[in-house]
Design a protein around this ligand. Structure first.
Ligand code: GLP
Length: 255
């Protein structure tokens, strides 16, 4: 794992954006796994600004609420359209988001997994992290081998996301999410986390034992994972000095 610590979210995002752009430039038909939430918004802005060619890019989003109309202001369909898709030349048929209104949810989940495989698997998965350590919507005690399926949100996540919905009561209880097993099959994983509210979750994910009680700790099993943090999110890492040392001493060929 590589832990990139930058002073501010903007600098950390810029570092991640450069590497995402490199993946797109090197492979114009890359398959990207995308995340929602406030954390990747700036990343998408940077990618839009870079004027990349998305005409052959395929994307798969991690998750979606169940039962929200796709055009609801807080659906992840709306989030992706507003924050990325309508600003780039991606083909609508290449941008996949779980369908939280599928009549047969279980059937849809299997189909989503098949679509990811048919596209050749995900080259690069972008992740955020919940304050309870969730990735996608894989809440604590999610199986580390889980696949795309329905999940029930924790009260903590409902509280965290109430700010987008105006009240806790308005946050859907159920969601569809890629599983941890699905996420770990991506060839590369970038996890972004900023702010002090994420510091405990990041310390547990990077330095804690791997456990289903901290879903993000499963990323320790991934052979090519990078964490992009600001100082606040990194503030509870006991080996932060080592991670900075590694970054500052990267061999030229690895930069
Ligand atoms: C949401 C999303 C996650 C996201 C997390 C953190 O619940 N399903 O994919 O990583 O919460 O959100 P934020 O970036 O707004 O803190």
């Amino acid at each position: 794992m590589e832990i990139v610590i930058q002073p501010t979210p903007a600098e950390s995002t810029a570092a991640a954006a450069q590497l995402v752009a490199r993946v797109i430039r090197r492979n114009p038909a890359a398959v990207l796994g995308l995340a929602t939430g406030s954390t990747p918004v700036q990343l998408y802005r940077e990618l839009i600004r870079m004027n990349l060619d998305w005409s052959r890019i395929t994307t798969f989003n991690l998750d979606e609420y169940i039962g929200l109309p796709a055009d609801h202001p807080q659906s992840y369909h709306t989030f992706m359209r507003e924050n990325l898709f309508r600003h780039v030349n991606i083909r609508p048929e290449n941008a996949h988001i779980p369908d939280g209104n599928a009549p047969d949810i279980a059937g849809f989940c299997g189909e989503y997994e098949r679509r990811i495989s048919a596209a050749g698997g995900i080259d690069l998965q972008i992740l955020g992290i919940g304050s309870d350590g969730h990735i996608g919507f894989n809440e604590p005690t999610s199986s580390l081998a889980s696949r795309t399926r329905i999940k029930t949100l924790t009260r903590e996540t409902i509280r965290d996301n109430a700010r987008f919905f105006g009240s806790e009561a308005a946050v859907p209880r159920h969601v569809l999410t890629m599983g941890i097993g699905t996420i770990l099959e991506a060839r590369e994983v970038f996890l972004l986390a900023f702010g002090e509210a994420k510091a405990d979750a990041i310390a547990a994910a990077v330095e804690g034992p791997v456990a289903s009680t901290n879903p993000a700790s499963a990323v320790q099993f991934h052979p090519a994972a990078k964490f992009f943090l600001d100082e606040a999110a990194a503030s509870k890492l006991s080996r932060a000095d080592y991670y900075r040392w590694v970054y500052d001493n990267k061999p030229d060929w690895q930069r």
